[in-house]
Design a protein around this ligand. Sequence first.
Ligand code: B12
Length: 224
Amino acid sequence: MTDHPAPLPNDEERQLVEWLADMNEDDALALAKRMLLEDGKDPLRVLELCRNAMDIVGKRFEEGEYFLPELVLAGEMLETIGAIAKPLIKNAPGEEARKLGKVLIGTVHGDLHDIGKNIVSFMLDINGFEVKDIGIDVPVQTFIDEIGAYQPDVVGLSGFLTLAFDSMKETIAAIDGAGQRGGLKIMIGGGQIDETVRAYTGADAFGVNAVEAVNLCKQWMEAA
Ligand code: B12
């Protein structure tokens, strides 16, 4: 399978990424609103541009050019755009009526990032899954209790910090130890997750974005 790089952004797209990355909140939000509500631009494309901008913000934070207030503002801008974009994302045809399976999702303990997780929850929901989102900084025991009560087909663990890898490993080991793994699939995701992290944590799979999360769940439900 070949990877198709995203098409090069046009001027307007480049402008949105630049304004978001530069903390130019008013202009960025006005442009995002126009793209979504007036020009009918694909909301998933707009969210992808937001992600590109967040990578730049993250880099500037790492390099000491930005500090916590910029991360907070970046998160707020993203949430505002996400709230406008989400209702515009169409349900997959025919998926409204039936539920494909149950997914329990949360951000692992020690980690408070939830914007990516919220997009995953939303995308699973509109693609026909019943989703229970148990929030951020979720203790291991809460996952165990919730799995026992909700009996999900899939558990999704989200985390953006490096320290989340250990929380994920710990959570998955506890799920195994509680004898809950049989028939249950575990997927992980978040900013830095890759195959090395998947192997380290013992998850069944990882996904780099919400579309991959949906595809993983669909594959597992079809195979079941
Ligand atoms: C916004 C932000 C914040 C906001 C979060 C707001 C919120 N409500 O989430 C705030 C200000 C709270 C924050 C705090 C901190 N942050 Co911060 N933050 C970010 C930033 C800029 C963007 C993250 C984001 O939301 N991206 C947008 C989403 C949409 O990203 P996405 O990856 O495309 O999401 C997709 C995938 O991740 C995937 N996915 C997500 N979850 C799941 C789950 C499953 C199961 C699957 C399959 C897929 C999946 O699907 C998503 C949708 O398509 C990142 C930089 C970056 N490049 O990501 C830093 C970043 C994550 N933060 C960082 C840091 C250091 C911190 C702080 C420690 C800063 C501090 N000194 O206090 C604190 C930590 C607080 C804590 N304990 O968690 C570092 C982490 C470094 C590391 N390796 O550990 C980063 C990478 C910045 C950097 N480059 O240094 N942060």
